[in-house]
Design a binder for this molecule. Structure first.
Ligand SMILES: [Ca+2]
Length: 371
């Protein structure tokens, strides 16, 4: 019935038009214009949203295996810098770069939306029975080495081994993408991070030269992290150490170099051996100043003694100037578990800019110690 009533023929409408007064007609015309404007506006908005959804991402603009244009301005500039500033010969550059091509998969993985995963879903990816068991056994196996690292570099052994486990499953997972091809793909075809990867490409070529490694032989993650430490090239050059004194910083196969390099990184960001990493604050923040600091994120640090007073809770003692971050971890029941992040926690976030990562490292290390 309804359908029948709505489907008046145009002829009926036209006849009515001639029967209406001029004021009513003007009103009708305005109403129709307004309706048309609303409908068209909505159509434009929908079209814009569609376009945004289907806007080409970096991976859509290339073919897999597509040759990189080495005569482009950006490559000519790069070669010039590598020659003049870093002493690469034209022959060396020709050998390395000729035939380099795009790896589309790297761009696809970069473009994939990485949604923030709540902590209760995140930590089980890393804190597993098998990982805990292997970590404990490696702590025993490398006891003498870890004694030396604690003594010389001053970073707690469980944390070093926890990062080793999370980064590369203790060396079992180092990434299968050619580092050289990945870095070139990102530099050539990923405009959003072009400058960053240009610098990483240069650092990579330098680290290979410094360590007598063939740049074409190394594999890593799609984000260009390599070795058992999963350092990006600039981190390797700044923080990797030669702990077995063979003249090479080997984060691929030398366990002393791998573990000491992890420790050295944390030490460089203020690790305090034996000091607490976090302190539990409960499921609710009791003062607006704590809520504000939490909302601002990791950079909004508060003196630990102030947090203790505001939250009315026992906390590990530190010198008064020590500041903590307020960290919230999502619980499965929808609530939040709050912890204070001491300087050691902040040092782990310098390794990976994520509270969830730093907390997973902290809790995996604690598991190693449990009886
Ligand atoms: Ca070495």
């Amino acid at each position: 019935m309804t359908k029948h009533r709505d489907s008046q023929s145009p002829g009926d409408g036209g006849r009515n038009h001639f029967l209406l007064g001029s004021a009513t007609r003007r009103y009708l015309v305005w109403t129709i214009c307004l309706m048309l404007a609303v409908v068209m506006g909505r159509a434009v908005a929908v079209a814009a949203a569609e376009q945004e959804r289907s806007a080409p991402v970096a991976a859509d603009l290339v073919e897999d295996g597509q040759a990189i244009d080495l005569a482009s301005d950006r490559y000519l500039e790069l070669f010039k810098e590598l020659r003049l500033k870093y002493g690469f010969s034209p022959e060396e550059l020709l050998r390395l770069f000729s035939g380099v091509s795009i790896q589309k998969k790297v761009l696809e993985l970069m473009d994939r939306q990485t949604e923030a995963m709540p902590y209760y879903k995140y930590y089980p990816l890393f804190i597993k029975h098998a990982v805990i068991a292997e970590g404990r056994s490696l702590l025993q196996e490398h006891k003498v080495l870890l004694d030396e690292i604690e003594k010389e570099i001053g970073v707690d052994r469980e944390i070093v081994v926890a990062i080793w486990g999370i980064e590369s499953k203790f060396g079992n997972h180092k990434g299968a993408y050619s580092m050289f091809r990945t870095l070139n793909t990102m530099f050539d075809a990923y405009p959003r991070r072009r400058d960053f990867y240009r610098q990483q490409l240069i650092e990579y070529l330098l680290l290979c030269k410094e360590n007598s490694v063939d740049p074409l032989a190394i594999t890593g993650s799609y984000g260009a992290a390599f070795g058992q430490t999963q350092f990006i090239p600039s981190s390797f050059r700044q923080y990797a150490v030669d702990f077995d004194h063979d003249g090479k910083r080997d984060v691929w196969a030398s366990v002393p170099d791998i573990l000491a390099s992890i420790a050295n990184y944390l030490h460089s960001f203020g690790w305090i051996k034996g000091a607490p990493i976090t302190s539990e604050l409960g499921r609710a923040l009791k003062d607006q100043r704590l809520v504000d600091a939490y909302a601002k994120g990791r950079t909004a640090l508060l003196p630990w003694s102030e947090v203790k007073q505001l939250q009315q809770i026992a906390m590990p003692s530190f010198p008064d100037y020590t500041k903590v971050s307020i960290v919230g971890l999502e619980l499965e029941d929808g609530g939040t578990r709050y912890v204070a992040g001491y300087p050691n926690f902040q040092a782990i976030t310098k390794w990976n800019n994520s509270n969830r990562y730093a907390m997973a490292v902290t809790e995996l290390a604690a598991k190693f110690k449990e009886e």
